[in-house]
Design a protein around this ligand. Structure first.
Ligand SMILES: Cc1ncc(COP(=O)(O)O)c(C=O)c1O
Length: 442
């Protein structure tokens, strides 16, 4: 189980009921588990940070709606995400807008729509935002994204410390920063760094925050800026594979606390709001991808289970989302059992790269069995080539306490108008699970 303390039998009962009532393939999101994760985050890092949810990791409209009452801010990376967040109840002023490829039309829509902060990734973008703000007769709040010269070892992906499309390289940012500060229709309210994702090593995360702090200090001194906001890209990772250990969040708090305290003690930063921007750590482990084995075959000594959802629904679990060496996600056969037997699991696509597991050990899989892939709440559906081979979308199911409902996004079903409004498909019937009281709870 990837959610320590949750009840495996209750979880499996729930997954079975979801499969019966709604169908497979399906993503199942457990809000109780997100709630618990949020409490852990607030207990460990709340003394320094407020939180911003990175919508890119899971922009399901009903999940966004659920989060809107619980998390302070949202970060969007396209005008589509901005609209989804607004439709889900996030006031525009609670949104920041990152992304290196913002188009003019997106900038116009975001600024005229009252976005809280545009996160500037370049001087060019600053000029574009300034022009748009001028034409609308307003001043736009902005954060400047910086790209540090170094990212410590221990992150799954680096967005800085090498040639990067993200933000201004700190080594050469001086002139560009001064020019941005001089743009009259921008109000520079702070700085933003997101340089590394998916780390399970507290010491790497703390070292990275120390790099951020040094960069923030030196840039703010150079510009004589008393920032209202400093955004720390969290880098907090989750276990995906059997060998992964969960991140020790208290070790991050203990390691970074003194540096954050020292920063906040400086007059320049006394009133600064520190924001931790994150996605997967909040929702990743609360999501399961549920797929049914449609047939099993023996081929040249290997047992192969063919599932109703694969790479088309869950690209990262297939190993094609930045994994250098393909490793199986954690997964289990719903219903457990013994003894374990090795099997390959593939999806329904006509390509050999559509693979969910190689040689995974599970109780013997038979046709009709359900398999749950863990750590699937972030970068699952949203990162997948849904249209490839036109199998149609998987369901998305939101579980709140003992109730669950189908929250599949409408536009997957050809209701394009919904995508413009950013609204969900009619969420449909709410189901009552027979016993999920303990799922996702300690
Ligand atoms: C700018 C930015 N913010 C937030 C995130 C969320 O990262 P994670 O889901 O690893 O917390 C990312 C991930 O790539 C990002 O690029």
């Amino acid at each position: 189980m990837s959610l320590p303390g949750s009840d495996a039998t209750a979880l499996d009962d729930l997954l079975r009921e979801v499969a019966d009532a709604i169908g497979t393939p399906a993503y199942v999101y457990l809000t109780d588990a997100i709630e618990r994760r949020l409490s852990e985050l607030r207990a460990a890092l709340g003394p320094w940070f407020s939180f911003s949810y990175a919508a890119k990791c899971n922009p399901n409209p009903e999940l966004l709606r659920w989060l809107a009452d619980r998390v302070e801010r949202v970060d969007v990376s396209s005008i589509g995400e901005f609209r989804l967040a607004q439709a889900a109840g996030w006031g525009a002023d609670r949104a920041s807008f990152t992304g290196p490829g913002k188009r003019t039309a997106e900038i116009v829509d975001a600024v005229s729509g009252g976005v809280g902060e545009m996160v500037l990734e370049s001087l060019r973008e600053a000029v574009a935002v300034d022009r748009v703000a001028q034409s609308l007769g307003r001043r736009q709040d902005v954060l400047i994204r910086l790209s540090p010269a170094r990212v410590p070892k221990g992150f799954g992906d680096h967005m800085a410390g090498r040639p990067s499309p993200f933000g201004l390289d700190v080594e050469t940012a001086g002139d560009d920063l001064r020019r941005i500060m001089a743009l009259r229709h921008l109000r520079v309210v702070g700085l933003h760094i997101y340089s590394g994702t998916q780390s399970l090593r507290p010491e790497a995360i703390c070292e990275n925050y120390r790099i951020f702090i040094e960069v923030f200090r030196s840039v703010c001194e150079d510009l004589d800026l008393r920032p209202e906001t400093l955004v720390f890209g969290s880098g907090l990772g989750i276990p995906y594979h059997d060998q992964d250990n969960p991140l020790d969040l208290m070790a991050v708090a203990d390691g970074a606390g003194p540096d954050l305290d020292a920063l906040k003690a400086e007059p320049r930063f006394r009133d600064t709001r520190l924001v931790l921007e994150l996605g997967r750590y909040l929702v990743g482990e609360a999501g399961y991808f549920l797929t049914q084995v449609t047939s099993v075959k023996e081929s040249r000594g290997t047992r192969i289970g063919i599932c109703d959802g694969g790479m088309n629904n869950h690209l990262p679990a297939s190993g094609h989302f930045g994994m250098v060496i393909r490793r199986n996600y954690r997964m289990h056969r719903v219903g457990g059992g013994a003894p374990a037997e090795k099997i390959d699991l593939v999806g329904p696509l006509c390509t050999s790269i559509d693979r969910l597991a190689t040689g995974v050990s599970m109780p013997r899989i038979e046709e009709g069995d359900l398999v749950a892939v863990h750590s699937s709440g972030a970068y699952g559906l949203t990162a997948s080539p849904l249209h490839f081979i036109s199998h149609g979308p998987p369901h998305e199911v939101l579980v709140e306490g003992a109730r669950f409902r189908d929250v599949t996004r409408g536009w997957y079903l050809g209701q394009e108008a919904d995508s413009d409004r950013g609204s969900a498909q009619d969420p449909g019937q709410t189901h009552q699970a027979s016993d999920v009281a303990t799922v996702g709870l300690d």
